[in-house]
Ligand binder design. Structure first.
Ligand SMILES: [Zn+2]
Length: 284
């Protein structure tokens, strides 16, 4: 009875998921030069087009693949040849199997593949993995893909389009809520500060930054988020030195002046989760 009930719950939630996906609109937006981003549901997709073929970053959820392909086709008729996963999460890797069947070769950091296996993900992992970085020379562009400090997970990469001066950050940087640090998959609060420092280092005033979730940003906006995390880090450190517990810290209004802008109101992207990750790193 119990398993029939859980099957029913699964069926109902899958039906709700399919319905939700069928309502999603997927649109391509120009960013700079031949670089675009595709907005739908889940992580922002990066795209570089040209005579060598379409290069994609992440692929949202499997039921959206047809709409994503239609959005690609609104800009280019070339085949999708390469796809890079910024990290392991299903809202960035759900379309891997579909794009793989179309002939795209999927890349990701070693830990994307490793962590997907450890977490028993049903999504298809990248076919090609790298330990530090990989460079694509396509469409008159140099595309640098490189591992960043463990931050959102332990397998995050940035992708920089050197000529167009665009960086796709995966979920290390987002504009929709506080950073979400997936500590169960090797993420780190202090690593997030280091990874944002790296993003600032590889950017200049005209760099366009495509976040994992949210809107295209400038390095100034990234710097503001990094500065906020440094303030929060210092407050959590002071609280830990006073032997405050995590619960005390979460109740102490440590993030009060930032909550209106950044609190997501749900677990992912909440102040409570951010403080938990900070506490874990700092009290270690
Ligand atoms: Zn993610």
């Amino acid at each position: 009875m119990k398993s029939r009930l859980s099957c029913l719950v699964l069926f109902v939630s899958l039906t709700a998921f399919s319905q939700e996906m069928s309502d999603v609109e997927v649109t391509a937006h120009a960013v700079a030069g031949n670089v675009y981003f595709i907005e739908g549901r889940g992580g922002n997709i990066g795209m570089c087009v040209g005579a060598d073929g379409v290069f994609l970053i992440d692929d949202q959820y499997a039921p959206l693949t047809d709409k994503i392909v239609a959005a690609v086709r609104s800009v280019s008729d070339e085949p999708v040849r390469f796809l890079v996963n910024t990290h392991m999460h299903p809202d960035h890797t759900g379309g891997n199997e579909n794009f793989g069947k179309m002939g795209a070769i999927i890349f990701g950091h070693d830990n994307v593949r490793k962590q997907m296996a450890l977490s028993n993900y049903t999504q298809e992992p990248p076919l090609v993995t790298f330990s530090e970085d990989v460079t694509f020379h396509i469409n008159n562009e140099t595309v640098s893909v490189f591992k960043v400090p463990d931050s959102h997970t332990n397998g995050d990469s940035y992708i920089k389009f050197e000529k167009a001066n665009v960086v796709h950050t995966g979920d290390v940087y987002r504009t929709t809520s506080y950073p979400y640090i997936d500590t169960s998959n090797g993420g780190s609060f202090l690593g997030t500060i280091a990874a944002l420092d790296l993003l600032i280092d590889v950017s200049d005033r005209s760099t366009k930054i495509i976040p994992g979730h949210g809107v295209v940003s400038s390095v100034g906006e990234v710097r503001a988020q990094r500065d906020m995390l440094v303030v929060i880090r210092n407050r959590v450190r002071a609280a830990v030195e006073k032997d405050m517990t995590l619960e005390d810290i979460q109740a102490a209004g440590v993030t009060a002046e930032y909550d209106e802008r950044w609190e997501s109101g749900r677990r992912i992207g909440s102040a409570a989760e951010l403080l938990r990750a900070a506490y874990e790193d700092i009290s270690r």
